[in-house]
Design a protein around this ligand. Structure first.
Ligand SMILES: *Cc1c(COP(=O)(O)O)cnc(C)c1O
Length: 388
């Protein structure tokens, strides 16, 4: 098919040309005396994206899923109690992984379309006067439903209960797109991946540990081999890795960090907020709703759009791909067939999103969804024109 594929899944996201070019390098000696000139600034700048000064950042050759495991196995022991909430496919998978690693996972089912219920959390923490709960596993941005939870609120609940549990966050689809303040919010383990807000191929698990999390390593008894941070703690300060790193990915990461920091994190967050709001204006103009039930849950990196009951969202996604070369995200698990997702994170601007909104309109009309042609495009454009 002529023309570029329009990639609007919530990850992998579009990779800027400068990152692609930065990755186009000859192989080199990763034990050379000049290699640390690449590695040290990259790991230092990575901390800025997590908004941590006291934490330590790691880059593992893996994906976000491994980041969950890195966080757990380096800080906890089998049988440790952790608290979580299940409100989408990603929170579900993290809970499942924690169980497989032998943790005692206490989790509460939350309707898909909502996020962490802060009152419930605070109450549960207050009940736990013996401090049996060792950690919270919180999915910041549930990519399956387009729901963002309030991490500052989670910290407040911990403080209100005066509870010492460690605070772990899945920030795979939020970090580098949505505001994420590791130090300020007292986050102990932050997990991300390269293919979402970082605008790179999949292949790096980007993780940060607080001082408290690093100290917890001493007594953590979960089995760990390749994912032990100890080997990184030994090698990284000198500017090296404990094994062969993917040098193209490190060059790509360096360029990704340069782009993000040059734009300025607050500008990156504001751009995501404004672009996301344009998409929401389009959804409203179509007369449709989001899976996220209330504005307080709206995600600025992905919108899950609910289709009318007599329509299979998968048909809209197929038409978009086959007829218009537009890739949308599907509904996962409980919301399969009920929603399609528009990823709006990473390397985007108004006009790139117009192509996604226009393609969605055509695919919906083709599948018998009664919307007014052009209504979503008009609503988004008007919003962006007035807020530029
Ligand atoms: C994409 C995603 C993951 C999984 O990351 P992989 O890189 O695919 O392993 C985990 N959590 C969230 C919230 C995600 O969006």
């Amino acid at each position: 098919m002529a023309g570029r594929n329009h990639l609007y899944i919530p990850g992998p996201t579009n990779t800027p040309d400068s990152i692609l070019q930065a990755m186009h390098v000859s192989m080199e000696d990763h034990r050379s005396p000049i290699f640390p000139e690449l590695v040290k600034p990259v790991l230092a700048d990575l901390k800025k994206i997590f908004q941590t000064e006291t934490g330590t950042a790691f880059a593992f050759p893996a994906t976000g899923t491994a980041g969950w495991e890195i966080g757990i196995t380096n800080t906890l022991s089998p049988g440790d109690k952790v608290l979580s909430y299940r409100f989408g496919q990603f929170s579900h998978l993290w809970i499942d992984l924690a169980k497989r690693l032998g943790l005692d996972v206490e989790y509460t089912e939350v309707p898909w379309g909502e996020g962490v219920p802060l009152d419930h959390l605070e109450e549960r923490l207050k009940q736990d006067s013996a401090h049996e709960i060792k950690a919270l596993l919180i999915c910041h941005n549930e990519t399956a439903t387009g729901v963002t939870s309030d991490l500052a609120g989670v910290r407040k609940a911990l403080d209100a209960a005066n509870h010492p549990a460690m605070f772990y966050v899945d920030g795979v689809s939020s970090i580098a797109s949505l505001d994420f303040r590791m130090d300020e919010w007292g986050i102990d383990v932050a997990v991300s991946g390269s293919q979402k807000g970082f605008m790179m191929p999949a292949g790096l698990a980007l993780v940060a540990f607080s001082e408290k999390a690093l100290a917890a390593r001493e007594s953590a008894k979960c089995t760990r081999g390749f994912l032990d941070i100890k080997d990184h703690l030994n090698a990284n300060p000198g500017g090296y890795f404990p094994y062969t790193p993917s040098t193209p990915m490190l060059y790509g990461l360096r360029e990704s960090l340069r782009l993000l920091l040059d734009e300025g994190l607050n500008n990156v967050f504001a751009r995501h907020q404004r672009l996301a709001e344009g998409v929401r204006q389009a959804v409203a103009a179509w007369g449709l709703t989001l899976c996220a039930k209330e504005p307080k849950w709206y995600s600025n990196s992905v919108s899950a759009v609910v289709v009318p009951e007599d329509i299979n969202a998968q048909d809209v996604i197929s038409t978009a791909f086959n007829k218009y070369n537009l890739s949308l995200g599907g509904g996962l698990s409980e919301v399969a067939g009920k929603v399609f997702r528009i990823g709006h994170l990473g390397d985007l601007n108004e006009l790139s999103l117009v192509s996604a909104i226009a393609g969605v309109e055509m695919a919906m009309l083709d599948n018998g969804i009664k919307i007014e042609a052009g209504s979503g495009v008009a609503a988004a454009c008007e919003y962006w024109r007035k807020t530029a």
